[in-house]
Design a protein around this ligand. Structure first.
Ligand code: ASP
Length: 449
């Protein structure tokens, strides 16, 4: 049995939904189908999830939400009309949305999740109807009822371990299952969602639960590319990579697959295949436990803007037992998550996502660091981009770092920091955001020609 997941652009309109019916029914093993909410139909379109967030915000602000609600309904109505499905499909969706608003929770984050989750939930119902109508009996399954139990971290939930046994029984279903991605229920029966893009995570959990032969993740590109094709048009396709490589790349900017979706697949050792709904015959990218490193030492280069660094200098820091712990304690107290902490004899840098450190929090954290640790210097640098050069082979290969630094130097890119810490399979470079594209191009030429 294969688990197949279709992202937003693959289920954005009737034409795309007809394509996915073709893809699923072309292989009798594709029986568990995870779907996103309708995504963008064209470049400047809006995803239904974003329309739902706007609707929820309007409700929360106490403003008239009728127009925002109708905008969501009209997206499904277009699909219903073009697929010639019964009109009551749409009245049911409208009633569902009104019901969610009426039963609004006093917890705003929970309410937001209920509204966001309706995007995939209603789309799964529509898609199950569409399969059945063309002669392929399909069944919509509600994630909560099926046992997708999540933590109550609304908007950022994680699967609870007890989910897997219950979800495993889905493999006994004879019809094609249409399972909405992105959400589940908490133990107390409230809807909770994964982070944005989380339908990939749903698919991985189901693949692990039913011990699928493969988890096929259909999107709108032929494969994962070694660099962001929006920066490097000629970026080579990656045909094979490991879980670890994908996680490192996904974490730092490869949006094609959610980084948290790797973990369930790793635990159950399920191979993942990234494929294109619009060109299902293309082989795609296989993500597997191991690969031979001879062919490609470096498999990909990812990059992302939106980071900042706190630099702390203190003479004799090396002898001050507990210094690092106290820095981390301050971050923990203020609810700040950090990414990396490269350190030297008398200095420590903390790299964070800028969104973790708003202006108010920055003032507070710097004050606390000054008061409680008496450093010689503290500086915050904004506008940093991180670049990750990723490949299992680099651990065994001499000269990867020097090739990368030489390429960056030749391109006139100033390296703000380098980190090749615990991970044996990546080197991280911090550069100014303004030099990110230049840096990716330079590294791309160095490693892929
Ligand atoms: N629809 C959700 C989002 O846009 C989840 C997903 O598509 O994976 O984030």
């Amino acid at each position: 049995m294969k688990v197949v997941k279709f992202g937003g652009s693959s289920v954005a309109n009737a034409e795309q939904i007809s394509k996915i019916i073709g893809v699923v029914t072309a292989d009798a093993d594709r029986r568990l189908v995870v779907v996103s909410a309708p995504g963008k139909r064209h470049g400047d379109d809006t995803k239904v999830t974003d329309l739902l967030i706007a609707l929820a915000d309007t409700v929360l602000a106490g403003n008239d939400h009728e127009a925002a609600l109708q905008e969501v309904v009209s997206r499904y109505a277009e699909i219903q009309k073009d697929l010639d499905l019964p009109a009551d499909v749409i009245s049911a969706i409208e009633a569902d949305l009104r019901g969610r608003i009426e039963k609004r929770s006093s917890n705003d984050l929970q309410f937001l999740d209920t509204m966001k989750a309706s995007g995939e939930d209603n789309n799964a119902k529509v898609i199950a109807e569409a399969f059945t109508k063309v002669g392929h009996p399909a069944k919509y399954v509600n994630p909560g009822e099926a046992g997708m139990l999540l933590s109550d971290e609304f908007g950022n939930a994680e699967v609870l371990p007890e989910s897997f046994d219950k979800l495993a029984t889905l493999k006994n279903e004879s019809k094609i299952i249409i399972f909405p991605g992105f959400f589940g229920w908490t133990k107390s029966g409230e809807v909770a969602t994964f982070p944005r893009g989380g339908s990939d995570i749903t698919g991985a959990i189901l693949a692990a639960a039913i011990k699928a032969e493969v988890y096929e993740n259909f999107t709108d590109v032929d494969s994962v590319y070694a660099m962001d094709p929006r920066i490097v048009k000629s970026a080579p396709a990656i045909d094979l990579m490991t879980y670890r490589e994908m996680r490192e790349l996904a974490y730092a900017g490869f949006g094609v697959f959610h980084d948290e979706a790797i973990i369930p697949a790793v635990h159950a050792q399920i191979p993942i295949c990234i494929k294109n709904t619009n060109r299902p015959e293309a082989p795609g990218t296989m993500i597997v436990p191991t690969r031979s490193n001879e062919e490609r030492v470096v498999v990909g280069i990812s990059s992302a803007d939106g980071f900042c660094a706190i630099y702390i200098d203190k003479y004799m820091m090396n002898r001050e037992v507990g210094f690092g712990r106290r820095v981390m304690q301050i971050l923990e107290d203020e609810g700040i998550s950090f990414e990396h902490t490269p350190s030297g004899i008398d200095n420590l840098s903390i790299i964070l996502q800028s969104k973790e450190l708003g202006a108010e929090k920055e003032t507070l954290v710097i004050k606390r660091l000054n008061d409680e640790l008496s450093p010689d210097r503290i500086e915050v640098e904004h506008g940093l981009a991180l670049l990750m050069v990723v490949g299992e082979g680099m651990h065994y290969t001499v000269g990867v770092a020097s090739k990368a630094t030489q390429a960056l130097a030749d391109a006139g890119v100033n390296i703000e920091m380098i980190n090749q810490g615990a991970s044996e399979i990546s080197i991280m470079f911090g550069v100014k955001e303004t030099q990110r594209k230049q840096a990716v191009n330079a590294l791309g030429t160095a490693f892929f020609g």
